[in-house]
Design a protein around this ligand. Structure first.
Ligand code: HEC
Length: 176
């Protein structure tokens, strides 16, 4: 496990500048799915979104959706299947130590690596519903990649979309 030193320094620096004590982000913890939420997403024991993969390799619908969304929007910079590129980090590794709220914050707000003087920018996706309505999906997909529960490529089998999932999706896409 490694935590990029530049990020740690940045977090400390931002903490000092704002006078706020920076709490170390919690690692994501046990990914076991314990409960299906009303929104159609599986949750772990902490209530965070997680994946559910059956013994025969069938993935839950959100994980499959996450695979599709990741590989349509994020892979151009982060590499196919979250495996990284010379431009942006391997998210399959990042999620070993990054918790859900940190992940969501970076995707919604974006981030710029200005401490290293590099011109690498993680764009903000906060106003892109094709991303914000599928944040949980992308997260659970990458979480499954980070634990090794899911290999590279398209998951061979996936569960059908549930009514709860569909309702939640429709509501999110319709909201202004
Ligand atoms: C235009 C290129 C680009 C696209 C598209 C992009 N990212 Fe990024 N992303 C980056 C770069 C560059 C960084 C590293 C920024 C830094 O070092 O501060 C990054 C960092 C991140 C991080 C933090 C990783 C870490 O280890 O700290 C997350 C999480 C992330 N991106 C998620 C996503 C997701 C999810 C998508 C798709 C919805 C996406 N990104 C699309 C360029 C991109």
């Amino acid at each position: 496990m490694q935590f990029p030193v530049s990020r740690l320094l940045l977090a400390l620096w931002l903490g000092l500048m704002s006078g706020v004590v920076v709490a170390q982000a919690d690692p994501p913890g046990d990914p076991a799915a314990v409960k299906l939420g009303d929104d159609g997403y599986w949750r772990d024991k902490n209530g965070d979104p997680t994946y559910k993969i059956e013994k025969d390799g069938t993935v839950d619908f959100a994980t499959f959706q996450g695979f599709r969304r990741f590989n349509s929007t994020c892979f151009v910079c982060h590499g196919p299947d979250g495996s990284g590129s010379s431009f942006a980090p391997a998210l399959a590794d990042s999620l070993k130590t990054m918790d859900y709220s940190t992940f969501a914050g970076v995707v919604v707000n974006g981030r710029k690596d200005f401490l290293n003087g590099q011109d690498k920018v993680m764009p903000s996706f906060g106003d892109n519903k094709n991303v914000t309505c599928y944040l949980n999906d992308i997260y659970v997909y990458l979480r499954a990649r980070s634990t090794g529960a899911l290999g590279r490529g398209r998951p061979p089998h996936h569960a059908q979309k549930t009514g709860q999932y569909g309702d939640n999706e429709d509501k999110c896409m319709a909201d202004n």
